[in-house]
Design a protein around this ligand. Sequence first.
Ligand SMILES: Nc1ncnc2c1ncn2[C@@H]1O[C@H](COP(=O)(O)OP(=O)(O)OP(=O)(O)O)[C@@H](O)[C@H]1O
Length: 838
Amino acid sequence: MSNVSVCVRFRPLSHKERKANGDKVYFKKLDSESFVFKDEREEDVIFSFDKVFYEDAQQSDVYNFLAVPIVSDAINGINGTIITYGQTGAGKTYSMEGPSILHCNEQKTGLVQRVVDELFVCLGSSASTWTVKLSMVEIYLEKVRDLLDLSKDNLQIKESKTQGIYISGATEISILNSSDALENLSQGIANRAVGETQMNLASSRSHCLYIFSVQYGSTSDERVTSGKIILVDLAGSEKVEKTGAEGRVLDEAKTINKSLSALGNVINALTTGKQNHVPFRDSKLTRILQDALGGNSRAALLCCCSPSPSNAPESLSTLRFGTRTKLIKASPKLIPEAVDNTKKPTIETHDQDDLRDRILSKLRLSLKEEDVDLLEELFVQEGIIFDPNSVADFDSSCRDTASEEISLLMQAVEELKETVEELTDENEKLRRNLQVAQEMTAQAQLAAAANAAGAAWSRTLLDFVAAVLLRPFGMHTWLSIQPFVSSLARKLAQPVPPPVLFHLPPQSPLLLPIHHHHGHSHRLRLYHCNAILHLPRPPHFRRLPPPLPALFTRRAASVGLGAARLGPKARASSVPPPPPFFETVEEEEEERGWSDAEAGFSDEAEEGFSDEAEDEQEWAGGNGAARGEDLGADAGEDLSGLARQWPRPRELFVCNLPRRCDVQDLLKLFTPHGTVLSVEISRDAETGISRGTAFVTMRSLAEARTAINALDGLDLDGREVFVKLASDVISNRKNVNLAHITPMKDHIFESPHKIYVGNLAWSVQPQDLRELFTQCGTVVSTRLLTDRKGGRNRVYGFLSFSSAEELEAALKLDRTVFFRTGYPSKGSYCRAPDTLRR
Ligand SMILES: Nc1ncnc2c1ncn2[C@@H]1O[C@H](COP(=O)(O)OP(=O)(O)OP(=O)(O)O)[C@@H](O)[C@H]1O
């Protein structure tokens, strides 16, 4: 059982809140001690406290539960503290003072007035002698100001054996009755630092402390007990942005937040078993509350909350603060002063305190503040200023200072550790960047050399043309063809632009984003590859702008995006081993006919292209092997030889997948039913969240059918998964439900050793790429992007190898071979591969 009683109070909705959200409240009442509140993830959390005061609770309910026990304890010599905590405008000051300390009806009277009334009722009915003294201070910008004497604006907090923690030099006014007390209180309240924030027109910008010291002497046994009641109205615990703070107000808000977070740290230390060092000295507030929280006082916390959904995050943080505070175990002690009344020891102590303060204030007139503080320490140590508690104080402060030093050192060590980790990471990043930069420099040098070679080649060609043409045809012919030769010479004299080559280290594969624009649609595909080879053409061959994807020119951005989207799962190490073989001509996304289903299909009809027609074109290029026939070749066989024989891989369309289902999950699901050649999950380009649809390509039609039999209608996380042949779904125009689905291939992989090949000749076919690159090793996949309407390729594609060495070899290939170009006639598709052959 905690000794800090923690209650929550929800104030009624304000006009502003009603205007914003109507009568909606964010909590669900369970009983008088618990309620349900939604957390950040909109999940219901049950909060339980010693008492919950809902909107209709009266001030007297709060007082009876929280304050009555504390008042009677104070008379018996046990200190008590009541703290109100919460966001600005949550009702802290209202609970403490009511609408006004002097003028308000009985029903609305706050805790302070009720405490005063009760004190005098209890003391007045007793036969013993008593005194009640009132002090009022505020902690404003980390200075303790005396609200009953504004000239004392930087009071010191001290600790003594008899008094515990006390504010040295604070004005103490003896009060004889309630009205006396209220008058002094209202004067103090008027002196309080109050500002206007966006949340509350009269916002308390300071922590305000009302301190009632009660001395109660029993006439029968001559014993005196002294107890203290401290009522603390904390400043608002709101976020700085929400208060609209600037300038001085911002400073106030920052200081408030700093001291409240120091309070949070103290509570954490008290509740997480780190009691050997509780950072009470981190702020004035925690130092003053040391007795209340540290066990020598009875304490009550009133967490004030707004019930409105618009303040839910702040209320949630207040409730969590309250929950933590409930875990504090404190055991308040009675501080009896077993002394003869005639000796009046406390008065003596105060006299000595006064004497010391007088000496010190004289010194302050001629010396600096810090010097006086040092002198004070020295005087106390040397016994020049007599303080009966000096030794104890000095010991305890030494202990505190030592443990504070230790904690500071530990903190410094932690910070240093973090710095070392950060620097190591940074170092690693720089090392990798340096490696990439070195590789790029080497490649740029190669490119420059190639460029020089290209220029030399142009000159040789010119000489050759002149020599060849002049010799057999003579001067006459030369003159007639001279303009043509000169123009050719001019064109050839233009330098060949260097090839663009980015070769990334194998451990950081690039997820290459390529934008596809088509009419209104705009999609992004991400291709996984290790190197980019963009082949420039000599200027005279340039008829159309080079099809360099837009993001290429901003490579740094694409790398950043790639790394972010790639995630740890898709790193090279986790990419599955290369599947046996995969060769495809792939249309641009928009031509697939998903988003513009109707338009796409009618285009197909007009131009005589269907998926089936495309199959024939693509796969009948070799020996015309029967489609759907599985030749059962091993992955280890000479794949290039099998290129034409391989049956067309069958693409499956999978939908209604759970969002969390990723490429690896689908691989696991489909692998038992055959060889999975590729898996592509459609994701939202902005958020990266799966759209629940995917394409899975199996090695053969038979395997694809087995997978459909096994998996179509499967229950995955409560969702019935739909698996069909992509071609069936695409050609099924009646399937209106699917027409709106926009698949987006965001993760295509065949092998981690993959290169982008750009600026290819128009007529290049996948098999041409395969033939050319087979000399470098096993070509695992070739993928060429084509425009369905014109039947042209998009002059870029991808190919992957089974090892990094093969990829290296490919990059060293003589690139001039690609400069030969051809233009396809309209409608031609997958023809004339000879333009690429040497
Ligand atoms: N229980 C309540 N019943 C009626 N009105 C309330 C209640 N609690 C708060 N209010 C009203 O809400 C407004 C803000 O309350 P209050 O000034 O007490 O907030 P606060 O938490 O002290 O804010 P700050 O930290 O800025 O001082 C006031 O107008 C007050 O009258």
